[in-house]
Design a protein. Structure first.
Lengths: 177, 594
């Protein structure tokens, strides 16, 4: 798996290199550059920090300091199905933390981590603006409202079934060719 | 000429957008099928406010209000209402108390107690069409400010209005502008704070999504008042829809000559850029926000010098909150006297709140200052669901405090709210019922503050961590005598010595819950009991045979097979198998598990 990540990272780094030049070499562009990387690749590889520092001609530690200061930036690749559990106040009042714990227990990872097969990752977020549906979990782009401990397992099961279905469809398509 | 006779104002706010796209799709198909596409227009609006009932839709011009629309309801609405003129009654709002159906929006109590100024356009315009905004007197205020008023007159009008900052601190807006206007220098900046850091609030986001031009117009007027030519909106990246709408709005305003050079032919130049914040609560603080725009770690610095003298890139700068700025155009258009006609002695105009938590009507509400908290919770909010008891309402998020039942009649007013130990805040209003543990709430906010502390000053960095440790211990059943006193002492030290507002207000949730719910802390510490049955570590996972109805619901749902049950018998939890996932608490309708 590590090797897989390494080749993947090499591709990502090349891509970042080609996009860096669209930014002017200004200190003020540091956060927008990091945001570009985060948006395109969903995380900031360690090596990318060096690239950015070289490009802006500032110390690596400064880039690292800024990147770790802000919540938006991740340093590990997320899972294919990133799960975000809302821990905003309204969701907390309706036991969002218990939902988070149930996801953690079921997937055997902690918040901020990704499963070894890189299928799922768990993240906590604050108020996604759907307080009327509290507690809320977001899988990919889909909002799942009125979560309850008993719904966690079903939700994960649904994702797995959906995935298997897609894979089977892919197989039959390639089989037909 | 357009043949449009009916507009369907479908809510595309964040709360409704989980479900409204599917509804819209079916509407498009059905209108096409019935040949109504030319006459009936679908408009996607910003947040309507009544998020509980989402997705909601207003049919204009009749004002019929539909709620909880499902895709399968759409053919009926199109056929019955739009084709045959018979509104679909089963989708009307039903008043829970009287069970009366209410067909039009204005008669629903949730709306009728509100007063819309900042949100006057919500649900009525397409936020992506500048002409919609202009048709409702949009940019008339800016035109008046630029063409007929001097900067001094603008500031005077703002001072008469009595408008105070809606970002939390409540500083008089006119005064802030006056300071900046008097600061020497050719380069000055106008900033809009759209960072909305309170983790339980979505007012600013909804304003930006529903009526972005109002904020731009407010910024133009502010720029004129202090003679600035460049503005920034600091918006959270987590608000992609708001950012998209702002981008479109800025583009359109430039095309109409309302931004850029020589605005409205007056020779005044001003332009606005959006800066996407990268998610850090402390960046809502004014000096930290400016550091962040400069591309640095968003750490606050001591004041003075104040931003009005030395702000962004050391130039005189004003920073105002989204809601503050959205109030400005109407103050200029209708006059400061008009604005101050509503409210209390020291708090004028209206305030927007994001009402949520354990309350029937969750959503966005705008109320006149001076209205009582009780009216908001029980009349507009419709009270507490599931026949539970009200416990407290939390205002001001992590910097704020809670207001218990005995103070619920106080008015919405900066000073009155402060007297009972809470703050007006930016507008988060979370209702809590009997099942909310107040120690856990304090722990929740402290966890947030501790995590978001920027680390620059020691009292906040270390102090909040120690507070959190104590609170964690209490919630885990390891509290000990003296903890309460330690919490109090540490809190007051942090409040006095922290560098910025984050630390200075961070202990508020602890102090306010201690003030009103000390007994809950004591129950946790001395009896190892959580009265609200919320702290998992303090639950016994046993079943009270007197309350158990022997229904077997817990047994059927337990994912760990830790519960044994036979028909007509009280269920039993086997503790060695129990994983404490709380499913049985969720499924037991009788509160028999403790
Ligand atoms: C830790 C901290 C976080 C803040 N977060 C916000 C915020 O998210 N939005 C906001 O408008 N003001 C926030 N403020 C208040 C701002 O510092 C500032 O007072 C306000 O934006 C000024 O605008 P106003 O006068 O229009 O309220 C925060 C203050 C502190 C100390
Ligand atoms: S607190 Fe979770 S959506 Fe608002």
């Amino acid at each position: 798996m590590d090797e897989e990540i390494l080749t993947e990272e090499a591709l990502i780094l090349n891509d970042i290199r080609s996009h860096l030049t669209t930014f002017e070499k200004e200190r003020g562009n540091l956060i927008p550059i990091l945001q570009m990387i985060q948006e395109k690749h969903a995380y900031i590889p360690r090596e990318a920090i060096k690239l950015v520092a070289e490009y802006l001609e500032i110390p690596v530690c400064e880039v690292y300091g800024v990147a770790t200061f802000y919540n938006q930036f991740r340093f590990h690749p997320p899972g294919k199905y990133p799960i975000k559990v809302c821990l905003g106040t309204a969701c907390h009042v309706r036991s969002g933390d218990i939902i988070l714990e149930n996801f953690e227990r079921k997937l055997e990872i902690k918040e901020g981590e990704t499963t070894p097969d890189r299928e799922f990752s768990i993240e906590r977020v604050a108020c996604v603006g759907c307080c009327a549906l509290a507690p809320v979990a977001i899988v990919g782009e889909t909002v799942h409202g009125h979560m309850a401990p008993s719904k966690v397992e079903g939700l994960l099961l649904r994702i797995r079934i959906e995935k298997e279905k897609q894979e089977r469809e892919k197989l039959t398509i390639s089989g037909n060719n | 000429m357009s043949k449009i006779r009916t507009q369907l104002m479908l809510c595309g706010g964040t709360g409704c957008s989980a479900t409204s796209p599917a509804v819209r799709e079916v509407f498009e198909k059905e209108l096409e099928r019935q040949g109504l596409s030319e006459e009936v227009q679908i408009v996607e609006t910003g947040c309507n406010g009544f998020c509980t009932l989402g997705p909601v839709m207003l049919v204009q011009p009749e004002g019929i209000f539909y709620q909880k629309i499902k895709p399968k309801d759409v053919p009926e609405i199109v056929e019955e209402h739009l084709l045959k003129g018979r509104p679909v009654e089963k989708l009307f709002y039903v008043e829970p108390a009287s069970e009366e159906t209410i067909p039009t929006m204005n008669e629903i109590p949730f709306f009728s107690h509100q007063m819309l100024r900042v949100m006057r356009n919500k649900g009525l315009i397409d936020p992506e069409v500048i002409d919609d905004y202009i048709a409702r007197d949009g940019y008339f205020g800016a035109a008046k400010a630029l063409q007929e008023m001097t900067p001094g007159q603008i500031i005077e009008e703002m001072k008469i209005s009595g408008l105070r900052g809606r970002g939390g601190a409540g500083f008089p807006t006119g005064l802030k502008w006056e300071f900046a206007s008097k600061s020497p220098g050719d380069i000055k900046y106008v900033l809009c704070n759209a960072d909305e850091g309170d983790p339980g609030a979505f007012m600013d986001r909804s304003i930006l999504e529903a009526d972005p031009h109002a904020v731009l117009e407010g910024m133009i007027i502010a720029a004129r008042a202090i003679n600035s030519h460049k503005g920034y909106i600091y918006a959270r990246t987590e608000y992609p829809l708001a950012i998209r709408r702002l981008t479109i709005a800025i583009q359109q305003a430039r095309e109409y000559g309302l931004l850029g050079e020589d605005i409205l032919g007056t020779g005044f130049d001003f332009d606005i850029e959006i800066y996407e914040g990268a998610g850090a609560f402390v960046c809502g603080e004014e000096t930290a926000l400016m550091r962040s725009i400069e591309g640095k770690r968003g750490m606050p610095r001591p004041r003075p010098p104040f931003p009005a003298q030395k702000g962004l890139w050391e130039k005189p700068t004003i920073l105002n909150n989204v809601e503050t700025l959205a109030n400005v155009p109407q103050i200029i258009l209708n006059g400061g006297e008009w604005y101050s006609g509503v409210g209390t002695e020291t708090s004028k105009g209206t305030k927007v709140f994001a009402l949520s938590g354990d309350v029937n009507n969750i959503g966005l509400v705008e109320v006149p200052m001076g209205i009582s908290l009780r009216t908001i919770v029980f009349d507009i909010g419709g009270g507490i669901p599931n026949k539970k008891e009200f416990k407290a309402v939390q205002l001001g998020g992590p910097s704020g405090g809670c207001v218990p039942e005995q103070h619920l009649d106080i008015p919405v007013d900066y000073e009155e709210i402060a007297k009972v130990g809470a703050i007006m805040g930016s507008g988060g209003m979370i209702v809590m019922d009997e099942n909310t543990c107040m120690v856990d709430m304090a722990r929740f906010f402290m966890d947030f503050i501790q995590d978001e502390s920027c680390g620059k000053c020691t009292p906040c960095r270390e102090g909040t961590r120690r507070l959190l440790e104590i609170l964690n211990r209490i919630c885990e059943g390891k509290g000990k005598p003296g903890d309460i006193e330690d919490l109090e002492e540490l809190s007051s030290v942090i409040k006095e010595s922290a560098l910025c507002g984050l630390g200075q207000t961070g202990p508020n949730p602890v102090l306010s819950t201690l003030r009103y719910f000390r007994d809950e802390y004591e129950a946790h510490i001395y009896e190892k009991r959580c009265p609200a049955k919320r702290c998992v570590a303090l639950l016994k996972f046993e079943i009270d045979p007197d309350l158990c109805s022997k229904c077997g619901a817990c047994f059927r749902h337990c994912p760990a097979e830790a519960i044994t049950w036979k028909k007509k018998d009280v269920a039993v939890i086997q503790k060695d198998k129990c994983i404490k996932c709380m499913t049985c608490f969720e499924k037991c309708k009788f509160g028999a598990i403790f």
